[in-house]
Design a protein around this ligand. Sequence first.
Ligand code: HEM
Ligand code: HEM
Length: 310
Amino acid sequence: MNRGLNLFAIFVACATFFLIIAGALVTSNDAGLATPDWPLSNGQFFPEMVGNLFWEHGHRMVATTVGLLTIVLMIYILRKEKRGWVRKLGIFALLAVIAQGLLGGLTVKLMLPLAVSTAHATLAQLFFCTTVSLAVFTSRSWIEATPLPEEKGVLPLRYVCTAALVTIFLQLIIGATLRHSATWNQHLPAQLILAHIGGAVAVALALGSASLTVLRRHRDEKFLTRPALAALVLLVVQLSLGIAAYITRLASPNDPQPLNPMIAITVAHVAGGALVFVSTIVLTLRTYRVLPGSRSEVLQRSTMFIAPRI
Ligand code: HEM
Ligand code: HEM
């Protein structure tokens, strides 16, 4: 285990979270077209950060910094990490951030088409998931984790958590489509709102049952209960922020420009979506690390764990 590499991976994951907030501020302030060109901003490398250029160009600067950090992270991984699949994930992270930067440029060049803006918002979440996964895989708790037994005849928890993860990812895509379908001065499309509310119910059921099952079956295993509890708390916060985002967006078309609390609440809801997603990723990855997958593996591990006591 390399402590320096793990700390650096955690730092890049935190920087990515900050970048997601910076990006969400561009959308909520309706600053996406503060400059119509890319890669330069209004023909300049560093324009004066006035008006909406503060949000748009600021987001580009934060994105450039995260891009550079991702290059350093990949080199660090290639130098220090022996596991081939972690090395590959480090290379994938760099490719993902490059694709994300290109999508960002494209959405400006094409004047924020729904498909490109939605893809940019979705890939941002996947890139965040990648940096968090790298932080998980390089951590001491991951490397030193030992297998746990699971009851016979129950649905393996890793599949319950994977189902929750896929549901959340679909909900993030619906959320991004909803958000980019109407600017602050337009009403959100009713059908997409209904789909997103349906998605919220599905996420609450899937993640709620995954987390509660982890807490019930493995209450003494902090390796699993910590991310389960975090996901559960974040889910409650996210549902409340969603309702608040809906109420403020209902009123925003009557405002003279994007105003608080709408900006703060919608940005918090995007950030909350990212946190619900990554806490569930940490939980799911950890179930794969320590819990058995197939029925035969369950039986094998249960005999393995019972044997020493006989
Ligand atoms: C490289 C890493 C990048 C990440 C992780 C990232 C992430 C994000 C996120 C999370 C949003 C908010 C989406 C939402 O609120 O729904 C966003 C918006 C935006 N980003 Fe990026 N971004 C990156 C790079 C770039 C670059 C290089 C540009 C270049 C112009 C760019 C331009 C934009 C624009 C214009 C928006 C607003 C889109 C809209 O309002 O429809 N991004 N970004
Ligand atoms: C756990 C459940 C939920 C998750 C994970 C979630 C996630 C998201 C995400 C990630 C976005 C923005 C996507 C992006 O642009 O990148 C979004 C948008 C939105 N969500 Fe949710 N959401 C949830 C529940 C809700 C609920 C219950 C409501 C209430 C009606 C809601 C209302 C909204 C609204 C109104 C927007 C658009 C905000 C805007 O126009 O700026 N969400 N959601």
